[in-house]
Design a protein around this ligand. Structure first.
Ligand code: ADP
Ligand code: MG
Length: 364
């Protein structure tokens, strides 16, 4: 059976609340030591999916296999504690009356010596060795978070479910805690399903991203592939601001201010959206004053006028109104330029488009 190699194997999971289908045919699988991020906007069904896998919410249909054995489906419905699943949620309440050691040991079975050994090992791994006798209220937010992680990992869960585990931490702490958490999860070898609504977090943590929208997974793949080959305009737009150039396909070509684009597979007269991220729109400084000089790779440059320029720290965002219109009228585009680049409004500049970074979709 193919399920044997998979730690977690979820098939066509469904759940409705009243008339609303909240989770629709969700299918995903994770191998040991791998991290999958379930990514999507608030309300799309991420937590409900996680809760069904944990066994605290009952699916209407579907199957859940853990290490090849049914946890739900085929007449089985294991209670949460029998699933071998660790859980960590945003409001990971520690037991306030227990010490750090007591919290981490809470789910452990076996003799006192073995428990103490495992607790010591985990506190060392989360860098809290001297904290065993402290109580939760004596710890910072980041330290409490690490205790919660140690507690969840103590019984060596085969599957670790994490629901927005870092959203309670302030920005400065978060990157460090994320990286340390990821390192520990990898070391412990559990299959991890981590829910987040933040694309940056998913890109940073995931071996694989499952992009969810309105209850369904719309795309699954490595972060690089999801970012660079989105399935549709909304998937592209979930990861960054996007520019949209509208056109109409004719003879598998679409005319734009940047020359004609190949748009095979789009019927004659079909409206198309050409999508480009601000990072992939280049300002062509050499071109200034010399006029267009098209190259095969980058196509025709197009001229625009600066409407606004903002410095964001790592990069500057420059908004342009292009000389040429697209199908819908005046074309405005935003280019991201590394570092500080703040041209005055009204400045005319030439833009080049990275054609290999453009996505063409039927018009939304
Ligand atoms: P997410 O975690 O992606 O933000 P949830 O899975 O928590 O989304 O919720 C998905 C949708 O299901 C939301 O519209 C939410 O209001 C609804 N929902 C969640 N749990 C219940 C419930 N127990 N009863 C009714 N509706 C619910
Ligand atoms: Mg949620």
């Amino acid at each position: 059976m193919t399920t044997a190699a998979l730690r977690l194997d979820v098939r066509t999971l469904n759940r409705r609340f009243g008339a609303r289908q909240v989770v629709r045919d969700v299918t995903l699988s994770i191998e040991a030591g791998r991290v999958m991020c379930l990514l999507g906007p608030s309300g799309c069904g991420k937590s409900t999916t996680l809760r069904m896998i944990a066994g605290v919410e009952r699916p209407d249909a579907g199957q859940i296999f853990i290490d090849g054995a049914a946890a739900f489906g085929l007449g089985v419905n294991l209670p949460p504690e029998a699933r071998g699943v660790g859980m960590m949620f945003q409001d990971f309440a520690l037991f306030p009356h227990l010490t750090v050691e007591g919290n981490v040991a809470f789910g452990l079975k076996g003799d006192a010596q073995a428990k103490a050994r495992r607790v010591g090992e985990l506190l060392e791994k989360v860098n809290l060795t001297g904290f065993a006798a402290k109580h939760p209220h004596e710890l910072s937010g980041g330290e409490q978070q690490r205790v919660a992680l140690a507690r969840a990992l103590a019984p060596r869960p085969r599957v670790m479910l994490m629901d927005e585990p870092f959203s309670g931490l302030d920005n400065r702490l978060r990157d460090g805690v994320r990286d340390a958490t990821l390192a520990l999860l990898k070391e412990e070898g559990a299959a991890v399903l981590l829910v987040t609504h933040e694309p940056d977090e998913a890109m940073r943590m995931a071996d694989e991203i499952a992009l969810m929208r309105a209850g369904a997974i719309v795309q699954q793949g490595a972060p690089y592939n999801i970012y660079n080959a989105p399935v549709d305009r909304a998937a592209a737009g979930f990861f960054s601001d996007i520019n949209v150039i509208q056109g109409v396909s004719k003879g598998a070509l679409t005319q734009t201010p940047f020359g004609s684009f190949l748009t095979p597979g789009h019927a004659d007269g079909a409206p198309v959206d050409i999508i480009i991220r601000p990072q992939h729109l280049k300002i062509d400084f050499d071109r200034a004053g010399r006029g267009p000089n098209p190259t095969v790779q980058d196509g025709t440059p197009a001229r625009g006028t600066v409407a606004r320029a903002r410095f964001l720290g790592r990069e500057s965002l420059v908004d342009f109104v292009m000389d040429q219109h697209d199908e819908r009228g005046p074309l405005t585009l935003t280019a991201a330029v590394p570092g500080v680049f703040l041209p005055k409004p009204g400045t005319a500049l030439w833009l080049m488009i990275r054609r290999d970074r453009c996505f063409v979709f039927p018009a939304a």
